[in-house]
Structures are given as structure tokens and as C-alpha cells.
Design a protein around this ligand. Structure first.
Ligand code: PMP
Length: 295
């Protein structure tokens, strides 16, 4: 049985969920999106995802035409219609149909769709062993050209980096910004641990301000782990005690090596492990319920 998709104000079967070839999301990557997870009947950090979606939309001067509350309801109802308690959710707002020119004024109405599907988990073994990173040559988009804080449909920068990493035989690639500072992985944020301190680069150097990243910073503070946003180089990663990536799909995943240099002893460290379990606990209780119990 196919999925039920939210498409432009209606719920339709997967086969009927079609997008126009004149949609500027398709023609130009002109649109914004979110990747969201539901765990245990709750949509994790839904408010934060919707807020980031609206901030991305605001930056590109796109009015989704729904309130943030209505957009949250779209996500919850899409899960309900598919009877999903655990899901990976893709929410997309495009500029809509226009002509073949660039001008967004020719696109009168945004186009919204939402897909909720069964999740494909990363193998548990990766969380035990950690993943290998390589630095890629493709630099993360400069914020003064296309700010990576916009979660836009234009993901070619990341895709080029992903191609480089996988062709080099690594599952993930580390991207630097144009000054050579560590920015993020192709679809995840990066953290390092040194002498008991947790560090992640600040968003203004050019990276997506991940919801998982911000959650991990909050959890660290709650657990009494000192944490700060700091600009750092690959040297700091090579010489770190621990390193991990964060993202909605990957959650918190240890990094065992960068550019063939083992990090620490090459195995997931104690702070990484504490944060993985604190994060997993939080996913079970955070966010609005998909099927609220009637009083
Ligand atoms: N960076 C990039 C480039 C991403 O695509 C993602 C995934 N959305 C992340 C970081 C992690 O963000 P989040 O924790 O919000 O999923």
C-alpha cells in the first residue's frame, strides 16, 4: 500500500502526488524544506523545525500562506493518515508554479507537500564503531553568497561534497568554509570534545544550525558538560579526544577517524556515549502527540 501525501491543501495517494514541471522548486531549487522525525507517537522538536522552516522562508522572501500552527497540524495529520508513530517526515515549501524565468513575482502561490515514511535506521554497529570522515575539497557555501542557514532546496553544494566523500570511500565528508575552518559534514553538524569541553562551530561561519545540534548543546548544559560554540580547524579535530556528528536522521553518531587519523583511541568516547543516551531518552518524550488521548 502506498503512502498518503499532503499536497497543496489535500491528502492524496502517492501515485497522485505530482509536482508541475513549471514549479520553481524543481526548476531552480527555489524553496525551503525540513527533515523531521517522529518517535514513539510524538513529533520530535516539531516547533523548532517549523520555526526554522519559516526563518528559511523569510530569508528567501517566501510566504508559505499557512500559520506555523497550521503547518504543524499538516505534519501531525500526515503522520495520522499514514498511521505512523515512528517516521521520517519531509516537509517542503516551494515557490510554486511560474514561467521559465527566474522572477519569483511570476509565481503567485507557494506549493506545499509533506511526506511521512517509515524510517530506515542507520545500522546500530555504526554507533558502536563510529564512522570515518574525509575532508572534501568542495567548500561550504559562503554565507555572503548563499547562507547555509537557509535550509533551501538548493543542495548541490552538499551533493558535490557527498560525491567526493563516497568516491574517496568514506560514508561522510567534512566541509570547510572558504577560510578553511571546519563547517559541517554534508548533512550533519560536527562536535569535538577536548579535555572535557564540548565544541561546535558557530552558525555564522556558514553552516546549517541543526535542531539536533541545538538539542545536544542543551543536553550538555543539563548534564554539566561545559559546551561552547567555537571556530576551529582540522588540527583541533585530529587532536580531539572525541568527535561526533548530529542530524535528524543520524541522531548523534560517533566519528572514529578523520582523513585516516584516528580520533582519541578511535572508539566512541564517554561524553559521546552519554550524549547518545541522553538524546535517545529525550526522543521518547519530546514533542506533540500524533494521536492525543481523549480526556
Ligand atoms: N547540516 C546540513 C547541511 C543538513 O542538511 C542537516 C540535516 N538537516 C544538518 C546539518 C543537521 O540538522 P538537523 O539536526 O536539524 O537535522
Amino acid at each position: 500500500m502506498g503512502l498518503i501525501i499532503y499536497l497543496d491543501g489535500k491528502f492524496v495517494n502517492e501515485e497522485e502526488a505530482k509536482v508541475s514541471v513549471f514549479d520553481h522548486g524543481l526548476l531552480y531549487g527555489d524553496g525551503v524544506f525540513e527533515g523531521i522525525r517522529a518517535y514513539h507517537g510524538r513529533v520530535f522538536k516539531l516547533k523548532e523545525h517549523i520555526q526554522r522552516l519559516y526563518e528559511s522562508a523569510r530569508h528567501i522572501a517566501l510566504d508559505p500562506g499557512l500559520t506555523q500552527e497550521q503547518m504543524m497540524e499538516v505534519v501531525l495529520e500526515t503522520c495520522r493518515r499514514n498511521n505512523l508513530k515512528d517516521a521520517y517526515i519531509r516537509l517542503v515549501v516551494t515557490r510554486g508554479r511560474g514561467d521559465l524565468g527566474l522572477d519569483p513575482r511570476k509565481c503567485p502561490k507557494p506549493f506545499i507537500f509533506c511526506i511521512a515514511a517509515d524510517i530506515q535506521l542507520y545500522p546500530e554497529e555504526l554507533y558502536e564503531r563510529g564512522l570515518e570522515l574525509v575532508t572534501v575539497g568542495t567548500r561550504r557555501n559562503a554565507p555572503d553568497a548563499l547562507d547555509p542557514r537557509i535550509k533551501s532546496l538548493n543542495y548541490l553544494n552538499n551533493i558535490l561534497a557527498k560525491i567526493e566523500a563516497t568516491r574517496a570511500g568514506a560514508p561522510e565528508g567534512l566541509m570547510l568554509n572558504k577560510e578553511g575552518y571546519v563547517a559541517e559534514a554534508t548533512g550533519d553538524n560536527i562536535f569535538i570534545v577536548k579535555n572535557g569541553y564540548l565544541y561546535t562551530p558557530p552558525a555564522h561561519i556558514g553552516l546549517l544550525e541543526g535542531i539536533t545540534r541545538n538539542t545536544v548543546l542543551d543536553l550538555a548544559r543539563k548534564l554539566g558538560i561545559p559546551a561552547a560554540e567555537k571556530v576551529f580547524t582540522r588540527h583541533d579535530v585530529y587532536t580531539a579526544d572525541e568527535c561526533f556528528l548530529t542530524g535528524t536522521a543520524a541522531e548523534v553518531i560517533p566519528v572514529s577517524q578523520l582523513d585516516s587519523r584516528p580520533i582519541g583511541d578511535g572508539r566512541p568516547g564517554p561524553i559521546t556515549r552519554r550524549l547518545i543516551s541522553a538524546f535517545r531518552e529525550l526522543t521518547q518524550v519530546d514533542g506533540p502527540e500524533i494521536f492525543p488521548r481523549k480526556e
